[in-house]
Ligand binder design. Structure first.
Ligand SMILES: Nc1nc2c(ncn2[C@@H]2O[C@H](COP(=O)(O)OP(=O)(O)OP(=O)(O)O)[C@@H](O)[C@H]2O)c(=O)[nH]1
Length: 543
């Protein structure tokens, strides 16, 4: 082979290599970076934590406002829902609406029971009864009742324990007290709040003291000793809300990516043909944005791209972010109306299908409010599930909030009513009422929920009705939501279990369909895993 041919081959190889390298460099420059955020260490106080989120963090803490009054801020009221409220929806036959949620976790499954609620006349009677004749029914209380009810319940308990041991005279005396309480219970009949355990402690105690003729101080001392010895669950330290936001990072990991990766990839690919637009549409629908929001997003993207073509990864991300944030209505008022009125506490009703996280959300919210310096009273109006009131009571003990609870199967409206009555009497700032989870196909039960609200409103206006929705049930959750919206005027949504779904897009759809803002998001089972919803932070976590 002569030298000329060899030189020619070498030059050709060099040119080909140069072309390949140049091609790779250009391709790399053009490609939009869709890197998975590495797990980074987020230091929260002294505890390092793994951040898997891509950075969901609310830019501010929780915001509370007063119900019924103008908030004074430049935030907009939500528009009318885009989907007109329908007749009560029957969804029999549809897959899984609330089904997963209805599987009991910590208690035996019980049937749904229709509860006869008092008519208006009864309610008025109850009003009087609650205020004027705090009954001896507290005595029927399981000794687990409430912190406030402790003296009464414990009096009974002490009597039982000590009498068995047969050690002191006091036992006998206190036993008499318990017996007196019992007989008072059986003989007295008080309408409506006959099942209420708490809120009636002191008068009953006085009755007992009178009847046994013993010094109140002596009895109180004994009870206090017993209480001190009792193994009460330790009260949690409540950390300031500002400190917890960092910890919430890392919880949206599974919501992240569904929209971001494919959307940015498509947008970054330059000119979009119809096939690409269809792919974008599919991505949005798959992420649970719903058809109305999907159409709106695509229209906005088309308009924007026509005037401002995307040139690089940053452009694509910024455009998508802007369009998605816009669709989440950042102008909505997302404050929780939990600030007291001049002479009544704020009343917050927590509603939703069973298993969505109502009790947990109520507890977490109580925690936030207590941390904010508010005096909170809990109303355990979920009388259908045996463990629900216990669960709420545990939350109350952890955060330092009293609770009003009823016996299992007690009248939920009566419990709610009594909670508000007690809240007014004691001058608390806010009463949080946890209602029973119920399947919306049971029309009677939905009507009952409406009655709970109406009965409570005999005492004080309901400032906030928070619908708790489980993000993992996706679109089906909206069928539930619409039925609740028909029955009680929902003022905000708490979207729970966002940590367990890859379909964070449900947030868009919820707001669009219900016309109410998502105010809170649940990001885990922990006590502090509740965050105020912040559209910008949320989109940042999605992209
Ligand atoms: N992963 C996760 N789990 C949650 C969240 N919120 C609640 N849960 C869990 O969901 C389950 C149901 O929560 P509950 O608060 O009992 O639900 P509920 O709506 O009160 O249920 P009922 O009393 O039956 O109506 C519990 O195991 C909670 O710990 C959340 O944001 N993320």
């Amino acid at each position: 082979m002569n030298t000329g041919i060899i030189i020619g081959i070498v030059i050709a190889v060099v040119v080909i290599l140069a072309l390949i390298v140049a091609g790779l460099v250009l391709a790399r420059r053009r490609r939009i970076s869709l890197h998975d955020d590495e797990q980074t260490q987020v230091v929260d106080g002294s505890k390092p934590q793994v951040d898997r989120s891509g950075g969901y963090k609310a830019s501010s803490g929780f915001s509370f406002s007063q119900g019924g009054a103008a908030s004074g801020t430049a935030v907009a009221e939500p528009p009318e829902p885009t989907v007109a409220p329908t007749e009560r929806t029957e969804v029999d036959g549809q897959p899984g609406v609330g089904d997963d949620a209805s599987v009991p976790r910590d208690s035996e499954r019980r049937g749904i029971t229709n509860v006869t609620l008092p008519d208006t006349a009864d309610v008025e009677t109850a009003d009087t009864a609650t205020t004027d004749v705090p009954t001896a029914d507290t005595g029927t209380t399981d000794s687990s009742a409430t912190a406030t009810a402790a003296p009464t319940a414990d009096a009974t308990e002490t009597a039982d324990t000590t009498a068995t041991a047969g050690t002191t005279d006091t036992a006998g005396t206190t036993e008499t007290a318990a017996t007196t309480a019992e007989s008072a219970l059986t003989s007295e009949s008080v309408p409506l709040d006959e099942d209420i355990d708490s809120s009636v402690t002191t008068p009953l105690f006085e009755e007992i003291v009178e009847s046994v003729g013993e010094s109140p101080d002596e009895i109180i001392e004994e009870i206090e000793d017993e209480e001190a010895a009792a193994t009460a669950p330790p009260r949690d330290e409540i950390e300031p809300t500002a400190g917890r936001l960092g910890r919430l990072r890392g919880r949206l990991s599974r919501s992240q990516g569904a929209i971001g990766k494919s959307m940015l990839g498509l947008l970054g690919a330059g000119d979009l043909d119809e096939e690409s637009w269809e792919e974008i549409e599919d991505t949005l629908v798959m992420a649970d944005l719903g058809s109305a929001t999907t159409e709106a997003v695509i229209e906005r993207l088309r308009t924007e791209l026509a005037t401002n073509p995307v040139r690089n990864a940053d452009d694509a991300r910024a455009l998508l972010r802007r369009v998605l944030v816009e669709q989440l209505h950042p102008e909505f008022d997302r404050s929780i109306r939990a600030l007291p009125h001049a002479d009544t506490p704020a009343v917050v009703l927590v509603v939703g299908v069973n298993g969505t996280g109502k009790t947990t959300t109520t507890g977490k919210l109580a925690r936030v409010l207590v941390a904010d310096g508010r005096r909170v009273l809990l109303g355990a109006a979920d009388t259908f599930r045996a463990a629900a009131a216990d669960q709420l009571q545990t939350w109350g003990e952890r955060v330092g909030a009293d609770i009003v609870r009823g016996k299992e199967q007690a009248d939920p409206a009566a419990v709610a009513f009594d909670a508000v009555a007690k809240g007014i009497d004691e001058g608390v700032d806010v009463v949080l009422i946890d209602t029973a989870g119920r399947l919306h196909t049971k029309t009677g039960l939905m009507d009952e929920l409406g009655k709970v609200k109406r009965v409570v409103e005999k005492k004080a206006p309901v400032d906030e009705v928070i619908l708790v929705l489980d993000a993992t049930v996706g679109q089906n959750g909206l069928t539930q939501a619409k039925v609740f919206a028909d029955v009680v005027d929902i003022t905000g949504v708490a979207l729970t279990k966002l940590d367990g779904t890859a379909k964070g897009g449900i947030v868009f759809n919820v707001q669009e369909v219900l016309g109410v803002p998502v105010k809170l998001v649940g990001l885990g089972e922990g006590a502090d895993d509740l965050a105020p919803f912040d559209p910008e932070a949320f989109i940042d976590a999605l992209l």
